[in-house]
Design a protein around this ligand. Structure first.
Ligand code: K7E
Ligand code: CUA
Length: 669
């Protein structure tokens, strides 16, 4: 506890904090953008972002959807929206989270949670470089980590994180995806005996703890597994990143509220002059676990996986989790002081510099990995917190970036010795040198930038060339659309000395972070359709001749096929009000980009969008008697409007025989 006291000398400066909090509004509302912007645009901007019709973009950008809970995929440099990948949020467009196959993907220990707040996409890595295989993303609100398969652009897996609340510093992969780590933002009471995680809110300081979760990723399949957790002091954990090169074995997490204030954190969490960067030696943690140092505690969390051949998501309830206590694991965790309330932690391509952006700090401190190692060796400690040594600020500091701007949040790198930091309050990107930490250039962004991303800018070899600023406030940048405007991203050319603004493009909900990767690492692997012969869905219908309706009691299974341009069967009788009807629709097409849709009148559900070769199921409980049209929703051919049929629903108790057909009926005159 000594370290905490020594940091306490600086009195709370509530007034200053409030003033800083108010700045973004003043800055953003009154900026006369259009005139300022004209001079910023370089004359060849249009040519640089123009991708000829029919030509492909150079890069894929995966932007998080924030409170939309999905990932959106853009082409760069054009800014074309290519796809929305549903992850934590139901997506009526394709039935994700509505179909019987996908419902389980959203299972949690709280039941089916159909929404979340997605902040951080991170691409999988091979030898420290993005490899285009998978994209890991976090759910902030109900703690979860998902893996998207970039062969199919589908969510393949979602794992819930126990002992966590506000899964924000997540998901950060190590250089070969040995682990994807996820830290809790809110500390919570963690009970090791399985008793309810409940305590008086007045006992925040004593009973609440943080947790960092280590998810193992299978090298071949990408399958995730929660291997162990590290129990940490009850701080707030904000952001993370892995080391590289010499710092390969380490992970870094920013913390705030090291004051452990339980209320009015706006002020309570800003009393100390410094918070910490937590440095974790994950290799050593792994070794401790192997040596049997991890204990086991009861837990309750879901792991949902999509079966590749049946396309059905299945949930597994997990009941225990292993954990390490840093006090029993010497050398595993250190705390490095940083200016108060830091946000982003970013490690430069060489792995030597840890850049900590403190939103309230006047400088950007850059810590040195080699100095950190020396300080550990020399036991250059300033006390400890719960058995975790606190290193001296000066012993680890490499330097400070002076006057970078106001409100630094995040930093990325171009691989040519430069760093780029986003300035939330002063709405600009600042370019500075990793050699001498001096500012080299700045460019205004509109407005209030959060994260920025450079293709590979978080890896050992950035691709450079572009930077995308993801801005929180849009105001006058687009045509007004009522009180809510789309957030905006700005594409900036960083190939030269001076940054140049190229393009504004609207985003889906609120992108926090993004990942950008050369198209050639992803595009060649893209699946074009699913092979019908590989479809192991138990309710698949692989031939029209096998299409049928089966009724047992009040449960009806419709084994239906879809092919241009009819569904089989398209006339169905024998269903009663209150029956539970499952339409298992198999798309018989074996061709690229020919999904069929399925919808039925009055269904309290979404549509289905069935990919070629796949089977999807819509559950329907008719609530009234009558004739119910069903149809294909995706304009699949010239005769798409003919791709339709009828279901007859008889009143309860009326014995209408089960009958079904396609094309047998005589045309009415
Ligand atoms: Cu800065 Cu959630 Cu990474 Cu938003 S976070 S900006
Ligand atoms: Cu099938 Cu429209």
């Amino acid at each position: 506890m000594k370290a905490i006291k020594s940091l306490k000398q600086h009195a709370p400066k509530a007034a200053l904090l409030m003033a800083m909090a108010a700045v973004p509004f003043m800055q953003s509302c009154d900026t006369g953008a259009p005139t300022a912007q004209a001079s910023l645009l370089n004359s060849d901007a249009a040519a640089k972002v123009y991708v000829e019709p029919g030509k492909h973009d150079e890069l894929y950008a995966f932007l998080s959807g924030g409170y939309n809970g999905q990932v959106s995929v853009y082409g760069v440099p054009s800014g074309r929206l290519l796809k929305i990948i549903p992850v934590f949020t139901q997506h009526a467009e394709n039935g994700y989270g509505y179909s019987e196959e996908s419902k389980a993907m959203l299972n949690t220990s709280f039941g089916q949670v159909p929404w979340d707040d997605l902040h951080h996409p991170k691409l999988s890595r091979t030898d420290g470089m993005t490899d285009g295989r998978w994209l890991f993303v976090n759910a902030n609100n109900t703690p979860r980590v998902a893996r998207i398969d970039l062969k199919t652009f589908e969510t393949a897996e979602i794992i819930e994180i126990p002992n966590s609340a506000g899964n924000h510093c997540s998901p950060y992969p190590t250089n070969n995806n040995e682990y994807v780590v996820a830290g809790t933002r809110f500390s919570v009471p963690i009970t090791e005996d399985g008793s309810p995680n409940e305590a008086s809110l007045e006992e925040y300081g004593e009973k609440f703890r943080g947790s960092l979760s280590f998810i193992k990723v299978d090298k071949e399949t990408g399958d995730m597994n929660l291997d162990f957790q590290i129990l940490m002091p009850g701080f707030d954990y904000d952001l993370a990143n892995g080391g590289k090169g010499p710092s390969n074995d380490w992970l870094f997490f920013t913390t705030y509220n090291t004051e452990r204030a339980g209320t009015l954190k706006e002020i309570g969490a800003s009393q100390y002059d410094k918070d910490f960067l937590a440095a974790i030696n994950w290799k050593l943690a792994e070794k401790y676990v192997k040596e049997g140092k991890a204990k086991e505690m009861p837990a309750h969390y879901y792991h949902n996986k999509l079966d590749k051949s049946s396309h059905i998501a299945k949930s597994e309830l997990k009941k225990t989790v292993r954990y390490l206590d840093p006090a029993d694991c010497p050398g595993m965790v250190y705390l490095i002081p940083v200016p108060k309330s830091p946000h982003g932690i970013d490690v430069d391509p060489s792995g030597e510099f840890m850049v900590v952006s403190g939103k309230l700090a006047a400088v950007i401190p850059v810590h040195s990995f080699s100095k950190m190692q020396k300080a550990i060796e020399n036991k250059d400690f300033d006390g400890d917190i719960k058995g975790i040594p606190v290193l001296k600020y000066e012993s680890v500091l490499a330097g400070e970036v002076k006057e970078p701007g106001l409100g630094p949040l995040h930093t990325e790198f171009d691989g040519k010795g430069n760093a780029y930091s986003s300035m939330f309050v002063s709405s600009e990107i600042t370019k500075w040198s990793l050699k001498d930490f001096t500012v080299k250039d700045r460019i205004p962004v509109y407005y209030s930038v959060g994260h920025l991303v450079i293709p590979g800018g978080d890896t050992k070899e950035p691709y450079g060339k572009y930077l995308i600023a993801m801005n929180k406030i849009t105001k006058d940048r687009y045509l007004p659309t009522g009180p809510e405007l789309a957030h905006s991203a700005q594409l900036i050319d960083i190939s030269g000395e001076k940054m140049k603004l190229l393009l504004d493009f609207p985003t889906v909900a609120e992108p926090h972070y993004a990942q950008v990767i050369p198209a050639e690492k992803v595009a060649p692997n893209s699946v074009k359709f699913y092979k019908l012969e590989d479809n192991t869905h138990p309710h698949a219908t692989k031939k029209e001749a096998e299409a049928r309706v089966e009724k047992k009691g009040n449960v009806v299974h419709v084994y239906q096929t879809a092919i241009r341009s009819h569904m089989t069967p398209d006339n169905i009788e024998g269903i009663n009000v209150g029956d539970t009807v499952y339409f298992h629709v198999t798309n018989l097409e074996q061709d690229w980009d020919v999904p069929h849709g399925f919808a039925i009148m009055g269904a309290n559900n979404a549509e289905l969008l069935i990919m070629p070769g796949a089977t999807q199921t819509l559950k329907w409980v008719p609530s009234r008697a009558g004739i119910f049209p069903m149809y294909c929703t995706d304009f699949c051919s010239a005769l798409h409007q003919e791709m339709q049929g009828y279901v007859r629903v008889s009143p309860k108790g009326v014995k209408t025989p089960v009958k079904f057909w396609t094309g047998k009926q005589k045309p009415a005159l």
